[in-house]
Design a protein around this ligand. Sequence first.
Ligand code: KG4
Ligand code: ZN
Length: 409
Amino acid sequence: MPGAGLILAIESSCDETAAAIVQRGSHTLSSIVASQISTHARYGGVVPELASREHLRAIVPVVRAALAQASITLADLDAIAVTSGPGLAGALLVGITYAKALAFATSLPLIAVNHLEGHIHAVLLNEHETELSKPQVSEARPGAPSEEESALALVVSGGHTHLYLARPTADTWHYSLIGRTLDDAAGEAYDKVAKLLGLGYPGGPWIDALAKHGNPHAVHFAFSQIKTKLHLAGKAPRTKAAKTAPIANLDTHFLFSFSGIKTAVLRYVELHDLRPEAESRREALFTGPDAPARPTLEDALATCSQATLDLIASFQHAVIGDLMKKTFAAAEFLAARRILVTGGVAANRELRARFTAEATRRDLRVSFPTLALSTDNAAMIAAAAWPRFLNEEFAQSDLSADPSLALGA
Ligand code: KG4
Ligand code: ZN
């Protein structure tokens, strides 16, 4: 059984090297995130080989910083947790190899955590910390899941757009896949649209900030194309995001598809001759000799015509509308009273406002992580590891990276 219940977690599945110390899955002592954004920005997306190299550089100082910020040493820990998938194989391996070495050297148990489960626990960690959910903490097993935490979870990030029903059982969490994207993840659509509009990487925060200056009803984007994709049922998934979960037996009402809207934006840009504006914006903000070191929203606004701002606002409005429609339909279908929205795109302001308003209208509870816990971090991995620690679900020494690791059934 736990001493102080201190878990060191390591996360390196994509482009952030992160380490955190969390006590009993509910109290964050430290959370360090070394972002690689500046490395990948000039390529407009994550370059896997560069990601592995940057993780190798950052992992030791990041773990040291997490221990130092928590004012503890390795000897104070009860376990080491690490993301084992899904994610980039080489990137995951850096974290796993280091975590295994630490566990071996300290004789501590090693806990493998699914990155998607981590995103779900980001919200729970947040709620435990702010005592919003007031979980019934059992004295014998502090931090063990409680029935009232059952929720429909939308994990919406650069790699995933997945809906899960997350249910606590006596000791641990059980996840059922309810829906997922057939192709691009929502964050991927944000990033690709931002790239074609000459905005920086990652594109989500740019679109989030610029959207409020445009008319969200100026361009109508339909999501009807999802129906034409149903022939994919039972076939091998085409994308990295889709590989993490089989499609069979899913209700087609809860499937997402974001590759169509990306193409529709591209067509709109061509048709309305917005490409030259996008190219000059890229040069003015990011690639040109006079580009500012850190472009601001004002810099970006100065380069955007009203037509582009309207396009950005309409794109965002449509994507969020689709996420809402399917999530609330699934909540109704499953009689879920509680919704968690998590992952990088959950940082979006319009998303938070519209999900909150709709949940209020339907008398449901909706929760989001703090902004820092929305994007990739290791505190969420430590929180997800805690029930596994209580259950002594430890990884073997042959633990390896699983880039397509699925969550739940
Ligand atoms: O969860 P995350 O850090 O990494 C993955 O697991 O993918 O999510 C990163 C994604 C990127 O696609 C980024 O553009 C998007 O989250 N994102 C946002 C916002 N902040 C980050 N999308 C929309 N609005 C935002 N404010
Ligand atoms: Zn993530």
